[in-house]
Design a protein around this ligand. Sequence first.
Ligand code: PLP
Length: 230
Amino acid sequence: MLVAEGAARYLDQLDDAAVSPPIAEPGAALAGPLPSKGTDALEAVRLLLTEAEQGATRSAGPRFFHFVMGGGTPAAVAADWLTSALDQIAFNWVSSPLAVRIEQITLGWLKELFGLPSDWSGVLTTGATMANFTCLAAARRWWGQQHGVDVEAAGLASLPPVPVLSSGHIHASALKALAELGIGRAQVRTLTPGPDRSTRSPRAGGSIDRQAHGPGDRDRHRRRGQRRRV
Ligand SMILES: Cc1ncc(COP(=O)(O)O)c(C=O)c1O
């Protein structure tokens, strides 16, 4: 009740509130050394609510135009609260058939939405950063397979550097993932759009073939007349 009322109060003022917190030092009442005694649960929630009302960036509101938001809509808030109440260990069938089934259904809908083959597999990640990480891990594995190496077992040591091609708008989290996966953030080759909207490498000066999938593939596709410019 306390949280529901506090959340309702917060959400009610979102349409008109300034996005930046109205106070200079958010969280001031929480600062200080580690308390030697615990705080009553209701009291802790009350404190958090007060701090949030004063110190939260109003990113859930319509006046906020940065990042990719959406978790503060009424439906998302309800689903989020339910998620916490159900507290499922959602990573496999044994611990939560419900969560896995919902993931499978959602992935099916996404495949329909984006016109992807229905037999493709997928996974829901905790956010875009982990999606970048997961996709680059899959790419790293694929690169190993092209060279007959199981990267998860043998590591990257015997492989040539993984080529990474990107637009100039690569996200910081993708660079971080490249570093964490041992591919290396310095491997990124930044491409710029050419005059005919193909994508060009400033160093190589060539355009990139969207159909090229591995060493030699680009030539094979060109021979078959499948070359596409992106
Ligand atoms: C391409 C890309 N990667 C990563 C992120 C970070 O997202 P998250 O906070 O979900 O990890 C964003 C956020 O907008 C993004 O656009």
